[in-house]
Design a protein around this ligand. Structure first.
Ligand code: ADP
Ligand code: ZN
Length: 740
């Protein structure tokens, strides 16, 4: 027999090897193997078994890794699809489906020495008191790790060894499995009685789980914050388990908190359906990740919960995939392969005839569009399950504030007053700043005017040194105005006003010197414990005001937070990314969902220089459908996603001229080779939003089409054959979510 192998090297092709007699029967599709390659030994994955090979003189495989194949045929198929669709090649795709911790040659189990008391016949030898103690301890435990025995008895290793010599104890190495949640005590929970909306949603999911036919198995669960989506997930998983099927739950990295994991573990930690819930998480140690992965692979854990890469969890007989907060951009991997876990989940579910549920309070326009077109089945849960009211959202017009203050104010009088009230009532405040605004747009503080590209309708970026405004999508340029161009305004002080969480924090401190203020953003969170500690301090009331970036917008429940302030809502709107409105709408809605989780009704204050922007107004009214209709008109006009799909080509290199020249050349080649694609739009080349890093110049070209699978194939061929200067590199990003 012959094995076809994809080696862990980016070679763009596969190699055939003989299966030697001593490995007979151990090699299947998906087995990891070690093979000779040139003068090296390289690891790889078997992708096919063949009777014969077109190549002569095959070399034999050297070794099989592990006792069980790593990649199931289903995952292999998924990796193939990913390699093609995301233009990343089969090696990169295959590499991604296995976590680093299980790809190693050496097996990753932790072995520990265990001590076991041996049965004793007849009278025992005379023992010291220490030795008696040790023996007692060992007899009291079926099997004790040696380390623990030593710690408990205070004995030395030698003393224990002597008991082994006397035939009283056996000491032997054994695999000891790591459990990252061993220290948590998790109390089991019971299913809640569902309300009508939840029951309706579950009934539809249940019908799909039961039917074997192919029709609609993809659902979009649109439920407002607190509508009880998680309960629907839990009961849907229970149904899948009942049928002997497994489940995967994807949550954004940031919401993969112990509380989230606990909710799933608690439901399935006891009862007739008791099963292990394995957690795949970047905060686990490599060893823990290895063990959790194998718990799934061996079928002992039937539920896998994790961030992005858990979509590849080796769950057999997969019945259900849940993608919570499906609109989250962190599902997209920002390095090759640039896959989107939500989209991979939908494809995987389709391949394995599983049901997929995408859930969100603010679905991505892509998913909502798919639901409207009938590709997904839409399930709506418009009311909170806990009978809490939706918070009241007020928008504060910062232009008015700017007209009355001499210096630009960070906090409007209304917000200051509201914070003061909370301090007096011993309630808590969260202040939120969307810091993505650092890409400097030019905004007039008096009228709210922002310069936009006439062709792309994204904000122009202000280049201070050249005094120019530039479009980072199509390359349009104009001179930066010295006075506000609005005829009614003509403000001579038009300028970009930068604002960061740090400045907000210090301004707060001088306004409210007695308040206990804490800032939470990626700068202040150096270690993973910081996040938990700060949240713990908020929960226990040690913090009065929490200041943070989008990091604090996610599913946190704080009953005593009654005020949420959004300091500068425009920051996320006027960016060179056509999704600016969508993101702002999502963030405002999510942040607003943080207020009023307790008994006191919540209040949300949104400060903005463009208070009538649709993203702000629809979020104020909690009106997703209204926002969708209005935003889709804009997307339709400019042929942006979800009407089309985007491929973003980025060229970078040290020499600006060469990069620029290559970009122009690439554009000509593209135009030539895509001549058959009638709907293709090519924008650019333009300087990328991050136009210059320390060492590199970057240019990009944006392609928009409805036929992405076709374009992907063309792009793969193009990147393989294009003659670019050596020091210019190109990356392809299919369905980018972040254009900044
Ligand atoms: P979501 O995931 O949609 O934000 P959650 O699942 O967190 O909502 O539910 C919000 C709150 O409502 C939780 O405290 C949850 O325990 C409660 N809840 C959910 N469903 C029910 C129900 N059927 N009956 C009573 N309380 C419920
Ligand atoms: Zn433009």
């Amino acid at each position: 027999m012959i094995a076809r192998v994809t080696l862990d090297l980016a070679l763009g092709k596969e190699f055939d090897y003989l299966i030697p007699a001593d490995l007979d029967g151990q090699v299947e599709v998906g087995t990891r193997v070690k093979a000779p390659f040139a003068h090296r030994q390289v690891l790889g994955c078997v992708t096919a078994l063949l009777e014969s090979s077109p190549h002569p003189n095959l070399r034999p495989l050297l070794k099989v890794i592990g006792r069980q194949s790593h990649v199931s045929p289903a995952i292999l198929r998924l990796a193939r699809w990913m390699g093609e669709y995301y233009c990343c090649g089969p090696e990169a795709a295959l590499k991604t489906v296995l976590p680093e911790a299980v790809r190693k040659e050496k097996d990753g189990w932790r072995e520990q020495l265990f001590v076991r008391a041996l049965p004793q016949h007849g009278p025992g030898p005379k023992l010291s008191r220490r030795q008696e103690e040790i023996l007692d301890y060992a007899r009291g435990h079926a099997e004790a790790p040696l380390q623990e025995l030593l710690r408990a008895t205070g004995a030395a290793g030698q003393t224990v060894r002597r008991l082994e010599d006397k035939g009283l104890l056996a000491i032997a190495p054994k695999i000891s499995e790591r459990d990252p949640y061993a220290r948590e005590t998790i109390l089991p929970t019971q299913s809640l009685t569902m309300n009508a909306d939840q029951a309706r949603a579950l009934a539809e999911i249940s019908a799909a789980l039961r039917s074997d036919g192919p029709p609609r198995r993809a659902f979009l669960l649109h439920g407002v914050t607190g509508s009880g989506k998680t309960e629907v997930y839990l009961q849907a998983i229970a149904l899948a388990l009942e049928q002997g099927k497994g489940a995967i739950v994807l949550v954004p990295e940031i919401s993969l908190t112990p509380q989230t994991v606990e909710r799933f573990k608690a439901r399935f930690s006891s009862g007739p359906q008791q099963t292990l819930v394995a957690v795949l998480h970047s905060h686990l140690s490599a060893g823990e990740r290895h063990d959790e992965w194998h718990k799934i692979r061996q079928g002992r854990a039937r539920i896998a919960i994790g961030a992005r890469s858990a979509v590849f969890a080796p769950v057999e007989r997969l019945g259900l995939i849940i993608v919570d907060e499906e609109h989250e951009h962190s599902y997209k991997q920002e390095e090759a392969p640039r896959y989107h876990a939500r989209d991979v989940a939908v494809v995987r579910a389709q391949m394995e005839e599983a049901v997929v549920v995408l859930g969100s309070a603010t679905p991505s326009l892509e998913s909502f569009y798919n639901a409207r077109k009938g590709k997904y089945r839409l399930l709506e849960m418009p009311a909170r399950a806990d009978d809490k009211k939706m918070p009241i959202v007020h928008v504060v017009d910062m232009r008015q504030v700017a007209r009355h203050e001499k210096k630009s104010a960070i906090f409007s009088p209304v917000l200051q007053e509201a914070i003061l009230q909370r301090l007096e009532r011993k309630e808590q405040t969260i202040l939120f700043l969307n810091r993505r605004g650092y890409a400097t747009s030019l905004q007039c503080e008096l009228c709210g005017y922002v310069a936009q590209c006439p062709d792309c309708s994204v904000s122009l970026t202000y280049h201070r040194q050249e005094q120019k405004l530039k479009c980072h999508i199509c390359g349009h340029e104009e001179t930066a105005p010295l006075v506000c161009p609005e005829a009614k305004c003509r403000n001579p002080a038009i300028r970009y006003s930068g604002l960061g969480t740090e400045r907000v924090e210090s301004a707060l401190a001088s306004l409210f010197p007695r308040a206990r203020i804490k800032r939470m953003d990626s700068d202040t969170l150096k270690r993973k414990e910081d996040y938990r500690r700060i949240l713990g301090d908020v929960r226990t009331g040690k913090i009065d005001i929490l200041v943070g970036t989008q990091m604090i917008a996610k599913g946190l429940h704080f009953p005593n937070v009654t005020l949420v302030g959004i300091v500068h809502a425009d920051l996320g709107l006027h960016i060179p990314d056509f999704r600016g409105s969508e993101r702002t709408f999502q963030l405002l809605t999510q942040v607003a969902g943080r207020a009023g989780r307790g008994d006191v009704e919540g209040e949300v204050l949104v400060q903005a220089f463009t208070p009538f922007h649709p993203a702000i107004q629809y979020a104020r009214r909690h009106d997703f459908n209204g926002f969708y209709e209005q935003e889709m008109e804009f997307r339709q006009q400019l042929k942006y996603p979800p009407i089309t799909r985007i491929a973003l080509l980025l060229l970078r290199g040290r020499n600006e001229e060469k990069v620029k020249f290559s970009a122009d050349y690439l554009k000509r080649e593209l135009a030539k080779r895509t001549a058959g694609m009638a709907d293709l739009i090519i924008k650019g080349p333009a300087a990328a939003p991050l136009a210059r890093t320390k060492t590199e110049y970057r240019f990009q070209i944006m392609l928009l089409t409805r036929q992405m699978s076709r374009l992907s194939l063309l792009l793969a061929e193009l990147s393989a054959t294009l003659a670019l200067p050596e020091e210019v590199r190109m990356t392809v990003d299919i369905d980018p979510v972040d254009l900044m």
